[in-house]
Structures are given as C-alpha cells and as structure tokens.
Design a protein around this ligand. Structure first.
Ligand code: ZN
Length: 194
C-alpha cells in the first residue's frame, strides 16, 4: 500500500541545521527501513500473546552493516520503572553489551515516535538515526504523552541525529488497537481517560 510506505520524513541535524531549524519533506521510506520496521512490529506484536501486551518496541541496528544488535520492549510494569521505555531499555542494553557509552554508527528503530526522555537518551548515546512508526499523537489516543516532537528535541540539541518518520505507521499503530492491547490499556495508569 503506497500510503504506508510513504512517510513524512522529518530530519533534524543539530548544529548543521541550526538550533531551531528542521526539515520536513515527504519522501519514500527506504526499503531497508521498511523491512526493519516490519520485523520490529512483528517482534512487538508477539507481546500481544503474553500477560502484558505492549505496543512499544525498539530495535538497534548497525547503520552500515545492517547487523541487528538487539531488540527490546517497554518494561515499565515488569521492572517497576517509569523510565523503562523500549528505546531507553534498548540503549541501556546496547551500551552494556558493547561496553561503550557511544552508539555512534547505530540506528534505532521504534514502533512509536520517541518521547522527549527517549529522544534525549538517543542523543546522549550519539545514535546516527532514529526511525519511528506511529506518532506521539497516535499513541496519545490511548495513553498520556509529552507533546514535544522527537525532531524538535533533536533540533534543540548540540548533537547530530536524523529523526525519520512516520514509517510503516499503519502497521505500528495496529499494535495500539489490537484487541488485547486495548484491553490491557485499561489497566495502565497513564491510560487515556474520558
Ligand atoms: Zn519514551
């Protein structure tokens, strides 16, 4: 479906673009990004069969070789940690595995646009790129969000990180509307009320 492979690609590149500038343009998503997002959506969808369905998954891939480093799911409830978002967990697991604090040379894929906390972690980790599926507004139909676009967090930093999305938005948003997920959301303290 053409609409789902096209995305509004927003890029922010810190100093290069100027602190408050970012570029938004409609361009086709890269085939390789679609492939990785499809794999990530499938990985995240497996949680629908568990006791704790979650729509938030993240994947870290080497930007040049394409080799997958690891995937992670949101684990706020499991770890009793409000910062255990999928992206933060993936970054923590990756730096520990690599025994280095920089993830320069790696790309982070996430089923949902990173919140400011996760986008900040991506910047501190020096990731090359962040590619996301559903948007903060999509997620906000189901749970509370902080309404600062990831591209804006990147643009207002001193770091350089391309933020690209939405890519495979429909498939990623389907994780939020899965029957088991909508039931699970009812128990989330951050669920959308009213
Ligand atoms: Zn987050």
């Amino acid at each position: 479906m053409l609409i789902s492979i096209m995305g509004v690609i927003s890029t922010a590149s810190g100093r290069r673009a100027g602190k408050s500038e970012h570029v938004c343009r409609a361009v086709p998503a890269l085939a390789v990004d679609l492939e990785r997002m499809t794999a990530l959506a499938a990985f995240t969808a497996r949680s629908m069969r568990t006791r704790y369905p979650r729509p938030f998954g993240a994947l870290i891939v080497h930007s040049t070789t394409g080799k997958t480093l690891l995937s992670a799911l949101n684990a706020v409830r499991q770890e009793c940690d409000p910062s255990a978002h999928a992206e933060v967990r993936a970054i923590r697991l990756a730096t520990r595995r690599l025994k280095q604090i920089s993830l320069a040379g790696y790309t982070l894929y996430t089923t949902c646009e990173p919140c400011p906390m996760c986008m900040s972690a991506a910047l501190w980790a020096a990731l090359d790129r962040v590619v996301y599926g559903a948007t903060i507004e999509d997620a906000n139909r189901h749970c509370s969000q902080i309404h600062i676009p990831a591209v804006e967090v990147a643009a207002r930093s001193d770091m350089t990180c391309a933020v690209e999305g939405p890519v495979l938005r429909d498939e990623c948003y389907a994780l939020f509307t899965h029957p088991r997920m909508t039931k699970a959301f009812q128990l989330w303290p951050t669920r959308k009320r009213g």
